[in-house]
Each structure stands twice: as C-alpha cells, then as structure tokens.
Design a protein around this ligand. Structure first.
Ligand SMILES: NC(=O)c1ccc[n+]([C@@H]2O[C@H](COP(=O)([O-])OP(=O)(O)OC[C@H]3O[C@@H](n4cnc5c(N)ncnc54)[C@H](O)[C@@H]3O)[C@@H](O)[C@H]2O)c1
Length: 256
C-alpha cells in the first residue's frame, strides 16, 4: 500500500481504456482516496472502477467522480473546492486529461490549434494553479503531468505540431513548478508515454500500427497500467527525492 489514505486527484480518469483510469485503479489498489476528474464522468464509470478494485482495496474503496472541464479555470477551482470540502486535503494530482489531433502542420486551423493548446497546456496549468495553494498550505504534495514523446522527438505517432507544442509546454510548466515549489515541499514531475494502448491509438490503421510496433525495442505497445506505474512511483514516497524529472514510458521507442 504505497498511497494509504492519500487523497489523489486524477484528471482524465473518465475513459475506462485510458491512462488516467488505469492510474485511478492502481492508486485505489494502493489505498488512496481517489477523485476521478473528467469532462465525461458518470456514476457507471465510478462504479466500474470500484468493482475493479474491490478484490484488492475492498468493497468500500473511497472513489468519487467529479465532472470538470480542465480548460476552464473556474471549473477547476470549483472542483478543487469540492474535493477540499469532502477530504480536507489533497496529496497528489495526476493530470492525464488530454486530446490529440494528427492534422499536418499546414492544415491546422486556428480553432483546432486553440482547442489543443487550451485543453492540453492551459488545462494542465489551470488545474495546477487551482491545486497548488492546497498543497502549499500543508507544505507537501506531488504533481504528475502527462506529456508525450511527441514533445521530445518532434511530433507524435498520432499527434501533429500543435499537440507536440502543447506537450512541450507541459514539460516547461512542470519543471518551473518543480523549481518554484520545491522549497515549499512540493514535487512536480512529468511522464512521457508513447504507444500506449488507449483510444488515442484507435485512429491508426492496423498495418501502420504493426510497422510502428516492429520498430519499438520492446516489440509491443504499452499498457495503460504501465504508464500508471510511473505515476505511482512519482506520486508515492518511493519518488520522494525526485522532482523536475521526466520518466519515459515508451518501450524504448525514443531513447535519448
Ligand atoms: N496513449 C498514448 O499512447 C499516449 C502517448 C503520449 C501521451 N499520452 C498522453 O497521456 C494522457 C492520457 O491519454 P490517454 O491515451 O489515456 O487518452 P484518453 O483519450 O483515453 O483519456 C483522456 C481523457 O481526458 C479527458 N478529457 C479530454 N478533454 C478534457 C477536458 N477538457 N477536461 C477534462 N477531461 C478531459 C477525456 O474525457 C478522457 O477521459 C493524455 O494527456 C495524452 O496526451 C498518451
């Protein structure tokens, strides 16, 4: 039990095949009091997660869902207020909410650019800005932000220039939080996945997927739970002296 009774907020936990959901599940299995934040969350999704962790965390696992559009600062503040009222504190925030588009550079329309940047970068910023005062008040806490190998290698397998730019911004944002809030006892780190089997890979044709997998040193796509494992390390005291770091979860597809 690496997170016994820790209040852990997972943004982007509403997709049962996603990294955020897998993180919520793994954290609940480790005894966390889990808050699933998502623009698309409902009672069935929360009940499904509770059922999935019943064998390890018991039938009374403390898991709640709160609807939140991270692109809106007011919504993030409202969600954080709700969490603090309920739990009295926040120990950890994982930002896994995100959207992707693979549009080629010269075809990206202004609206699409704005939406990708507003959700992925401003949304991450909004939630960090809403949660940080709560962490500062207690002098401890851990933030884990999901970036992407697209930010490191120049474009993703499915993400275009706007997506890569938004995820590069997440790295800069997180490193700055690590430097600014380290003296206040708060850690902030980045997980950079690639090729994790979630709905984000659904758009890739089967033969393209096979080609990509053949070029991955580990010769397979990753599981959401494997990205969640990196989040668990960073959220828990196992990663207690780690801040400003970037952990790659990419099967070796980008070694640098
Ligand atoms: N799957 C991969 O291979 C991969 C690779 C690199 C990076 N990532 C990153 O990992 C994170 C999780 O990706 P995933 O593959 O699990 O995707 P996913 O689509 O399964 O999950 C993303 C979740 O974010 C939620 N969301 C979208 N917009 C939101 C908003 N405005 N407010 C609140 N929630 C919102 C969605 O409803 C969804 O539940 C993302 O940030 C993604 O960019 C994934």
């Amino acid at each position: 039990m690496l997170l016994k009774d820790k209040v852990c907020v997972i943004a982007g936990a509403g997709s049962p095949r996603g990294i955020g959901y897998a993180t919520a599940q793994l954290f609940a299995e480790h005894g966390a009091r889990v808050v699933m934040l998502d623009i698309a969350i409902n009672d069935d999704i929360v009940a499904g997660l509770k059922a999935a962790v019943a064998a390890t965390a018991g039938p009374e696992a403390d898991v709640v869902g709160i609807s939140c559009d991270i692109s809106k600062l007011d919504d993030c503040k409202r969600a954080v207020d709700e969490i603090v009222t309920r739990h009295g504190a926040i120990d950890c925030l994982v930002n896994s909410a995100g959207i992707v588009r693979g549009t080629p550079m010269l075809s990206i329309e202004e609206d699409e650019y704005e939406r990708i940047l507003t959700v992925n970068l401003k949304g991450t910023f909004n939630l960090c800005q809403a949660v940080l005062p709560v962490l500062v008040a207690r002098g401890c806490g851990s933030i884990v932000n999901l970036s992407s190998s697209a930010a490191q290698r120049g474009g993703g397998l499915v993400g275009g220039a706007h997506y890569a730019a938004s995820k590069g911004g997440v790295i800069g944002l997180t490193r700055t939080i690590a430097r600014e809030f380290g003296p206040k006892g708060i850690r902030a780190n980045i997980v950079c996945p690639a090729m994790i089997e979630t709905s984000m890979l659904d758009g890739l044709p089967e033969n393209r997927l096979r080609e990509i997998v053949a070029a991955v040193p580990l010769q397979r796509a990753g599981l959401p739970r494997e990205a969640a494992g990196a989040c668990l390390f960073l959220a828990s005291e196992l990663g207690g002296f780690v801040t400003g770091a970037t952990i790659d979860v990419n099967g070796g597809s980008h070694i640098h």
